[in-house]
Design a binder for this molecule. Structure first.
Ligand code: ZN
Length: 229
């Protein structure tokens, strides 16, 4: 596939992703942002432009950026306000077969997706002091790459919401191999939403589906038990 084909395929894939996530209520209005890695070395990303309606993205709503978050094309276009979180995600150790990939120069992450769902906002706020949303006992956890059992406690890390995105990006990067609450397949920002990624757009979308399912089912169970009050 030529780089031009990859670019076109990435745009079409992200337009479809926006429609799908909007329909599910995970990316309402201009919230959320999505990116696909175009090249790993040097790192370049195709990312949604700032303030674009995610349910109605068009071919012209994307920006190509470099590893410093600077716009490569089109000239003067502004990428998402959370661009640095995508760059951090592109450098995340990819979870495969239960092992964290530790390569640094050749990041294997192919796509990074961010959603603003109701359950992501509710649970990231509710569990903020705990530091993570506890997920346990749900079969669907096995949809996360490298997870083979639903019985282990899985912790979705929560970071405080801030407008200082470069600072948050460095906090996330420092937690990739944290012994207590590691950032593995993704993380939540308090009262805000989810970031996740995958080896390609398909896997990143699956991770969004799995995380959003796990968040909703966890939230509904807690609601039934009266523990969210
Ligand atoms: Zn956001």
């Amino acid at each position: 596939m030529t780089s031009s084909d990859h670019h076109k395929e990435a745009i079409q894939g992200l337009i479809q992703t926006g429609k799908y996530f909007f329909d599910r209520g995970w990316s309402l209005g201009t919230s959320s942002n999505y990116s696909v890695v175009l090249t790993h070395t040097p790192l370049t990303l195709l990312i949604t432009g700032s303030g674009k309606d995610k349910g109605r993205l068009t071919d012209n709503d994307f920006v190509t950026i470099n590893e410093h978050g600077q716009t490569i094309a089109p000239p003067g276009a502004k990428s998402s306000a959370e661009t640095f979180l995508h760059i951090a995600g592109a450098r995340a150790p990819l979870q495969t077969a239960g092992l964290a990939y530790t390569g640094t120069t050749q990041a294997p992450v192919g796509a990074i997706l961010h959603t603003h769902s109701v359950w992501g906002a509710v649970l990231s706020d509710h569990f903020f002091e705990t530091g993570y949303v506890p997920i346990q006992g749900f079969e669907m956890a096995k949809g996360l790459a490298g997870i083979s059992t639903h019985t282990d406690l899985y912790k979705i890390p929560i970071f405080d919401n801030t407008q200082d995105i470069p600072k948050l990006a460095s906090q996330v990067a420092s937690r990739y191999s944290d012994p207590n609450i590691p950032v593995r397949h993704g993380y939540l920002i308090r009262g805000h939403g989810l970031y996740t990624w995958g080896k390609n757009l398909e896997e990143a979308r699956r991770h969004v589906e799995i995380f959003e399912y796990l968040l909703e089912v966890t939230g509904r169970v807690l609601s039934l038990k009266g523990r969210l009050s």
